[in-house]
Design a binder for this molecule. Structure first.
Ligand SMILES: Cc1cc2nc3c(=O)[nH]c(=O)nc-3n(C[C@H](O)[C@H](O)[C@H](O)COP(=O)(O)O)c2cc1C
Length: 174
């Protein structure tokens, strides 16, 4: 399999925990986990396949260009570079909390997607809306999430099985 760059932010929480679970389905040669704060957008060209892992922690996380806002900085740089990513394949996963944020469940995945969609990536690994209990999500289109929606706060017990199933989809689509 062509090498995967698994790029995550933030670190030390559920996004990183999910990344380690995903990595377990591959050999070390097949996947690198990278901290978004150390990656420039053009580094994505070094990988044939890309996974971006994020969480939803409110609008501020996205809309204010602060030092804490690594996704904003990353995508802002991507807009400036204006590189053609030549339909490079990218899959998304997002952490959220469907009980406490039922109207914004994993909204952040949509923000990642909408930023990528300006730069000629090909999205793979969309995920069926089944087994969840929420009201609204920006990341839902035609009853599919833009990528794997994970809720470790309320449903961690199903996460391993969901990740295993999603990785099988990726192995076919990458
Ligand atoms: C301040 C705050 C705001 C949050 N807002 C949302 C939200 O709008 N939608 C959602 O699905 N989850 C929301 N969450 C839940 C987180 O996405 C969830 O706990 C996730 O697992 C955090 O992963 P991380 O620790 O790796 O960032 C929020 C959590 C916090 C602390």
């Amino acid at each position: 399999m062509k090498k995967i760059g698994l790029i995550i932010w933030p670190l030390k929480g559920n996004v990183e925990k999910a990344a380690l679970k995903i990595k377990n389905h591959f050999t070390n040669d097949e996947i690198d986990i990278l901290d978004l704060s150390t990656v420039k957008p053009h580094h994505l060209l070094l990988y044939e396949n890309i996974i971006l892992g994020s969480s939803t922690v409110g609008a501020d996380h996205w809309e204010n260009a602060t030092d804490d806002n690594k996704w904003y900085t990353f995508f802002h740089q991507m807009d400036i570079d204006n590189v053609d990513y030549l339909e490079k394949k990218v899959a998304l996963y997002g952490l959220g909390d469907q009980v406490n944020y039922p109207h914004n469940f994993v909204d952040g995945m949509e923000r990642v997607y909408s930023n990528l969609s300006k730069h000629n990536f090909k999205l793979v690994g969309e995920w069926e809306n089944k087994g969840y209990n929420f009201q609204d999500s920006l990341a839902l289109h035609d009853n599919k999430f833009r990528g794997l929606a994970l809720d470790f706060d309320n449903d961690e017990e199903n996460a391993d099985a969901m990740i295993a199933e999603w990785v099988e989809i990726l192995k076919k689509e990458f």
